[in-house]
Design a protein around this ligand. Sequence first.
Ligand SMILES: [Zn+2]
Length: 473
Amino acid sequence: MADAVADRPRAVTVALFVGKVIQDDKGNEQVIDQDTASAIHYDMIINGYIDRKGILTDKYYEDKANGELKVAEEVADSAASVIEIVDSVYDARSTQPENARSNNVELRVDEDKLAIFDMTISGMGAEQIATKLEADNVLTPTAYWIAKGVRRPGRGQKQPPTHWSGSSVIHILTAQEYCGDIINFKTYSKSYKLKRRIDNAPENWAIFKDVHTPIIERAVWEKVQEKRGQIRKRKNSQGQVSMFSGLLVCADCGCNLHYHFNQGNPEIRYFNCSNYKGNRGTCTSTHYIRVDFLEQVVLGEIRRLTKFASKYETLFAQAVMGCSRQNAETERETMKKEVYALQARNRELDVLFEKLYEDNVAGKITDERFARMSQKYEAEQHDLTARIKELKDAINKSGNQSVTADMFISTVRKYTRAKKLTPRMLNELIQYIEVHQAEKVDGVWEQKLTLHYNCVGVIDIPAELPSLIPMFQ
Ligand SMILES: [Zn+2]
């Protein structure tokens, strides 16, 4: 009996798609909602892929064999994922994508993508990475999907399969899905009758954090985003870049410090405030700091930090966490629930508004009534949107605290025995360094640096540990 049930082919229905997670060739994920599911199903009927009972037709298998399967325009970029769902109906061996809220959706862990993040952290730019990937004969995302038999209309078909561009590298680097999140509503349609999807502003995205296993550590991902947003690195005449470029900030005016080297003696490399009065700026002091001094002090501070972390593990964890993680977690869950409810109401209002509009056009309701009602809907939607944004910001903030605190602790551990400062180490640990103006205290020059660590900010390390007081000559 059980066998008979298992053998019976199940049908492709709208419900088959609802709630499934699909992924496009760039790694963006989307949870299929009711409307999109209907569109996919409808498109399959139009294309002759399923009959009235939802049974897959010969045409489906033919087109699939020829790599010519077409899917609804709404999900054209995620064709492979959609086909996977369809195939799950008949083929028990193909794994069915999990539902959105379950915790074990695995992204394709792709060594090439990991390498792209790695190269960025070690200071390579997008164009440099593209050049390297091409030299290494790595397939571009488009070529990858073509090789898998998925037709990708239009874009990049004629490009050589290993011709990488800086922008495709950037697209991978900025995909938030790689650190475990799922983002919905990146695009929307104005009406269910219009097929064209319109880009939604990032503040309207619904971001579900830590839904699946990340392929990139969140701390690494965030560091990469930060690096990408930084001011272009300054090079000296030999084309060298200091590892501190973009990390140093003036403690008095907040401007970045810029890299220089002594014309007469290129060995003397230093930074000073880019906004200094003497150079037509407004900052009152140069905030001059030598690179060799910086290296020594920063390495000393990091070693003090790692020492503290290994000697006083609990204290350190507490300092990093700041507040109790569980509290933050509970609070987050409550806020998330509210967001879901508000979003549902928001979509409901869209539908109501559409209905109202159609009724008005059809003459079922008067213009006055239409104006009054639409105003009411609009006002409610406006309030809803504001509240959703407020909640999302709060969720993002609290989420980052607990997750990234853990990441930071493990990063610190990694550098327990570091003897030398490396660009990677700096990028992974430090968000920025505030440089104060040097002062003469009791006849000795002193210069203070404030290190702001990634995720956690300034950490107070108890004075009982050997402390290295920065000296300035
Ligand atoms: Zn300044």
